[in-house]
Design a protein around this ligand. Structure first.
Ligand SMILES: N[C@@H](CCC(=O)N[C@@H](CSC=O)C(=O)NCC(=O)O)C(=O)O
Length: 281
């Protein structure tokens, strides 16, 4: 597997780089961004936080807007931000070109339905292929954490709950907590997984947290803004919090007064998330 450097910038004493490579899972060329802290450049192996972005995003949104570099550099954390779907000329997209399905909206699932099933395997990409690429090409340890926003918050929680042995901690901003029950999730899951809601359960964090073995609880931090336009209709955290509370799951859920759904919110609390993951590595 070869990866090709696309761009490089020095930042906070470390490096921000973009690479592309031919993904087996996505059957297409894909790009990711990586922040390497100074420690990794000096030869030390560092742990990795995988950041999963939301609808309409690429590898760039988090890196350009979250303001994570100085704290990640101080704590010696590598951050990897993949794209949010396969992308390119031969990749099927929503015929209506809507922002919440198709390119930019892979929802971190393995699609089973045509025409999506050929390329839209974001679950396999994030769980298996991308970490292998990162661990084979960079000065990183096998310690992994997951974080994300909105659709990517759903991805971080869902992937962490399904693979508790692989991740030290999980965090999310404004996650879609019950995708089987909200318009964004119903549209995506119907399209990618088919009409039967039973097939959706394996990708729904509120279902997964009901079933996970208590010996396999992974610490989780969630921040949510109370002025988020999507909160009531799309994000619906209450059922997830209720199950977590009943099960004594190690979830810290913080409702943050006055904040919306944007990267202004993320940049306000990203340091807390980086410290949280650092503490659990
Ligand atoms: N209608 C909007 C919706 C797009 C949007 O708000 N995207 C969010 C994630 S929403 C859930 O996954 C986002 O992160 N946008 C990128 C950014 O840099 O802010 C639209 O189409 O604009």
């Amino acid at each position: 597997m070869t990866i090709q450097l696309i761009s490089e910038n020095k930042v906070a004493g470390g490096l921000h780089q973009q690479f592309e490579f031919d993904s087996v899972a996505l059957k297409s060329t894909t790009r990711f961004a990586i922040f390497l802290p100074p420690q990794a450049i000096q030869g030390q192996s560092v742990p990795v936080i995988y950041w999963l972005s939301g609808l309409t995003c690429s590898d760039e949104n988090f890196m350009q807007k979250a303001g994570a570099f100085k704290t990640a550099a101080k704590l010696g954390l590598c951050i990897v931000a993949p794209d949010t779907s396969p992308r390119g000329e031969n990749i099927p997209d929503d015929t209506e070109k809507s922002y919440d399905f198709g390119v930019g909206a892979g929802f971190y699932v393995n699609a089973t339905q045509k025409p999506w099933a050929t390329h839209y395997h974001m679950y396999d990409f994030i769980v298996d292929e991308l970490p292998n690429v990162i661990e084979n090409h960079f000065n990183v340890t096998a310690q992994r954490a997951l974080a994300g926003h909105s659709m990517g918050g759903h991805g971080a929680m869902m992937i962490g709950l399904r693979n508790p042995d692989c991740y030290s901690s999980i965090s999310a901003f404004s996650p879609i907590c019950q995708p089987s029950q909200c318009p964004w999730g119903i549209k995506a899951f119907s399209g990618y997984l088919g009409a039967d809601p039973k097939e959706w359960r394996a990708y729904d964090s509120t279902e997964l947290i009901k079933a996970i073995d208590s010996n396999q609880f992974v610490p989780m931090l969630v921040d949510q803004g109370d002025k988020d336009n999507f909160l009531a209709e799309q994000l619906t955290p209450e059922p997830f919090i209720d199950v977590a509370t009943q099960r004594d799951y190690p979830l810290t859920f913080r409702m943050q007064e006055g904040y919306d759904h944007s990267y202004y919110f993320i940049s306000s609390f990203i340091d807390d998330h980086l410290h949280f993951h650092h503490q659990h590595f």
